[in-house]
Design a protein around this ligand. Structure first.
Ligand SMILES: Cc1cc2nc3c(=O)[nH]c(=O)nc-3n(C[C@H](O)[C@H](O)[C@H](O)COP(=O)(O)OP(=O)(O)OC[C@H]3O[C@@H](n4cnc5c(N)ncnc54)[C@H](O)[C@@H]3O)c2cc1C
Length: 381
């Protein structure tokens, strides 16, 4: 099915009464990963999003390269970034990672992911849910299995949404100037003169850079710091994009609905990395839904297993959140020394190896267990 630009005006015909076996709301990383996992299952999968697939980038689009290869998305890569730098007011530490980041093109990645599904896509704005009915601006959609991959707002929750700035959310804003970056490192700044509680970044992406600032404190604004960082790097503050992103894991299910990606708080605290985890939990969710469609388990069992799978990652997410809370309190000179000490080869390998394993790329290609009766796969500690 071809991807269209967002339908408008008379093209926005009614979808009222449309039925699907699986209804996936949100067609970004999380929603597309769920749909991909359902390909070939025979399930009628309906994906909806307020925008056409790939139309609105939601991030700096940097993800671990092994994940992009594992999902056959390497053609979306614009620049591979084997190094990371961490700069404080007292110096810079540079690490060669045991794996690399890649900056990718959002539209292309979404196109490639969607091409691996056999889902039907429609643009529609989702308003809410009553049981198995999802209310949209194009009518009511019906499905026995419903996925909320709509991002941090968690639109389909019946237990109340999150309201910034009083929710456990971070906020980020970036600019995308057309300047080639000086080298192929993903640069991070931890500098209170830039942002009190958070960090700045530069993601080189071939002929462009994605320069931004994230604040762990949702009350702190990020526009001025972003312009400041762009000025320090002597690039134009143009082509803005920003959003909130969660830093606390939330229940991955409610009766009748699966939450995946930012809607479940699957964005990793400290780093604010949520693409890999949206793909990872999307795959886990898709596998459970696939088993329901194949008659191997009930929807209730799928909800329980997926909930438990997500919750089993709680320890790693809590650990990262504690580090996020501690980071702004570490005296800058001490932080600089710590970052330099971390630069030893074995420490870089160990810490970044642990970090990758929390949502490991091998999960994408792991064989699906024949029986669903056992305990859900547990994450690597
Ligand atoms: C400035 C910034 C930079 C970031 N950079 C990175 C990065 O480089 N690497 C990284 O790993 N993470 C990054 N993140 C975090 C990352 O963007 C998110 O964690 C990730 O996008 C979550 O994916 P998702 O599919 O769950 O949600 P989203 O990507 O937010 O997708 C939600 C989808 O739902 C749709 N939608 C929302 N509401 C409705 C509605 N009511 N009706 C219909 N459709 C709706 C949206 O259009 C969208 O397509 C960044 C975040 C920000 C703010």
């Amino acid at each position: 099915m071809p991807t269209r630009v967002t339908t408008r005006g008379p093209e926005r015909t009614s979808l009222d009464g449309t039925r699907a076996d699986v209804l996936i709301c949100g067609a970004s990383f999380a929603g597309l990963a769920v749909a991909r996992e359902l390909a070939g299952s025979g399930a009628r999968v309906l994906l909806v999003d307020r925008y056409a697939i790939g139309e609105r980038a939601t991030s700096a689009c940097a993800a671990p390269t092994p994940w992009l290869h594992a999902l056959g998305l390497q053609d979306a890569i614009r620049q591979e970034l084997p190094d990371m730098t961490f700069t404080t007011p007292h110096g810079t530490a540079r690490y060669r990672l045991p794996w690399s980041w890649s900056a990718f093109d959002y539209r292309e990645l979404c196109r490639l992911l969607f091409a691996q599904t056999d889902a039907r896509f429609e643009t529609a704005k989702v308003h809410g849910r009553t049981g198995r009915i999802v209310h949209t601006d194009r009518g009511e959609l019906h499905a026995p299995l419903i996925v909320d991959a709509l991002g941090w707002r968690r639109v389909l929750s019946t237990s109340g949404g999150y309201q910034p700035p009083d929710a456990p959310l971070s906020r980020g804003l970036e600019v995308h100037p057309h300047h080639a970056a000086p080298d192929d490192a993903l640069d991070v700044w931890v500098d209170r003169s830039l942002i009190r509680s958070g960090y700045g970044w530069r993601v080189p992406a071939a002929g462009e850079q994605r320069v931004g600032v994230g604040s762990y404190a949702p009350h702190d604004h990020v526009k001025e710091p972003t312009v400041d960082l762009a000025g320090r790097l002597q690039v134009d503050a143009v082509r803005y994009q920003g959003n909130w992103f969660p830093h606390r894991l939330r229940a991955a299910t409610e009766p009748g609905v699966f939450f995946v990606g930012d809607s479940a708080g699957h964005c990793f605290p400290l780093s604010g990395e949520g693409i890999r985890t949206a793909l990872y939990f999307g795959i886990a969710c898709g596998r459970e839904l696939r088993a329901v469609h194949a008659g191997e388990q009930t929807p209730e069992a799928a909800l329980r297993r997926y909930h438990d799978f997500s919750a089993a990652h709680g320890r790693a997410f809590r650990r990262a959140l504690r580090l996020q809370q501690a980071l702004p309190r570490i005296p800058p000179r001490l932080l600089t020394l710590g970052l330099r000490a971390l630069g030893r080869r074995w420490l870089v390998d160990r810490s970044f190896g642990w970090y990758l394993r929390q949502a490991d790329p091998s999960f994408a290609t792991a064989p699906v267990p024949a029986s669903r009766t056992g305990a859900p796969a547990t994450p690597v500690a």
